[in-house]
Structures are given as C-alpha cells and as structure tokens.
Design a protein around this ligand. Structure first.
Ligand SMILES: Nc1nc2c(ncn2[C@@H]2O[C@H](COP(=O)(O)OP(=O)(O)O)[C@@H](O)[C@H]2O)c(=O)[nH]1
Ligand SMILES: [Mg+2]
Length: 202
C-alpha cells in the first residue's frame, strides 16, 4: 500500500464536530514534541500537512486528515483518516486543562467508532514516564488495537536500536505489541508504519 494523496479535513474537540466519514481512522498519540506531526508529514510525503512546531503544547485539538492509498496491481484507491491527537506532558498546563485533555481523549476513544488503531509515539531515548504509562493504560482500556512507535532513532547509534526497543517493551510491559523504530530524518520505519495501518484497515 502506498499513500498517494492527503488533505486536512478539520479540527474538533467534541463528538458533534468529528468529521463525518465512511472510512476507518488511525490515530497518533504521544507527548508534545515526540514527533507526531512530523511522522504524519513523513509517511504522507508532505512537508507541511500536519503543523509541526518546536513549541510544545500548542496543538490542543483533534486534527483529522483524509488519506488516499493505492495497492500494487490495482487501479482502485483506498481511503482512511488520520487523527493527530493533542500532545501531553507539557509542564505548564493547569489541572483544569489536563482534565479537559483527558476527557477529550477518552471521549474520542469511546465515541469514534471509525477508530481502528492507535499508534503511541515515544522518544527512543527516553525512559518510560508516568504520562506515557497512563496513556498506554488508556489504550489497553479502549480495547482498540495499538502499536508503539519509537521516534527520533537517528539520535542514537543504529547498533543499539534493538536494545532500546527491548527496553521499551520491558518498561511498558508490552506483549504482542509491535514497537516500530522510526526516524523522519533518516526515513526509517515508514514502510513498517504503513504496513501496520494496512493490516488494520484493508
Ligand atoms: N532528530 C529528529 N527530530 C525529529 C524527528 N521527528 C521530529 N523531530 C523534531 O522534534 C520536534 C517536534 O516535532 P513535532 O512533529 O512537532 O512533534 P509533535 O508535538 O509530537 O507533533 C521538531 O523540532 C522536529 O523537527 C526525528 O525523526 N528525528
Ligand atoms: Mg504536533
């Protein structure tokens, strides 16, 4: 499967604002600055599709994109949606904001019936932190299939990537969960992420 076209659809907070669609949806979750928007730009081969920003905590909405794909030996297109979830972990948010974030995410997980898979992004260099563990627990509770994506793997030596992937599996107590090393800079993991999406949707 190959992504051939992508466009921004809309931003939402409440279920009444979720874009109407007949297609399946894949969401990307993770701390602010972990590389969610960059990953979406990389797998769609678009520089500015999802806004990337050095300033953490700026995006507080569910941002949906419509993606068109092609399959080998077929003229037909397939479609799905990507949702760029608002990041977390930014130190300077009030308890109220944290609460509304949590409500927005758990409402999305339960109400968005088109949601077929969630990828949780973690920085390959960072030890599992409590907010990521809470997020993983939300994923398990949601009963929606999920994978982990270990981002910025260009920042460590290639030879220690397997060791760090094993550490992530251990720290998050992952069994039968795929952990995909990813780098937007070195273009590592694009096919694996696309393949994970394809397995869930088509
Ligand atoms: N070295 C490296 N930096 C990355 C990678 N992906 C994202 N970044 C950088 O990390 C910062 C945050 O990325 P962004 O996509 O905005 O994160 P988001 O808040 O999760 O959407 C930006 O400065 C990106 O350039 C990667 O694969 N490798
Ligand atoms: Mg972002």
């Amino acid at each position: 499967m190959r992504i051939v076209e992508s466009q921004f659809v809309k931003s939402a907070v409440y279920p009444k604002d979720y874009p109407e669609t007949v297609f399946g949806e894949i969401a990307f979750a993770g701390r602010s600055n972990v590389g969610k928007s960059t990953l979406i730009n990389t797998i769609t081969n678009r520089k500015l599709l999802a806004k990337t920003s050095g300033k953490p905590g700026k995006t507080r909405l569910l941002n949906t994109f419509l993606i068109r794909v092609k399959f080998p030996d077929s003229e037909e297109s397939g479609f799905f949606n990507i949702c760029d979830l608002p990041g977390y972990g930014f130190a300077k948010v009030s308890l109220d904001e944290r609460d509304s974030w949590r409500r927005m995410i758990s409402t999305y997980f339960t109400e968005r019936y088109q949601l077929k898979g969630i990828a949780l992004l973690v920085d390959i260099r960072r030890k599992a932190d409590p907010k990521d563990i809470l997020m993983k627990d939300l994923l398990v509770e949601s009963k929606i299939p999920f994978c982990f994506i270990a981002t910025k793997c260009d920042k460590i030596k290639k030879t220690i990537i397997p060791k760090e992937i094993a550490r992530i599996k251990r720290e998050f107590e992952l069994t039968n969960v795929e952990v995909i090393p990813f780098s937007s800079i070195k273009k590592v993991g694009i096919n694996q992420v696309t393949h994970w999406i394809e397995k869930l949707l088509f």
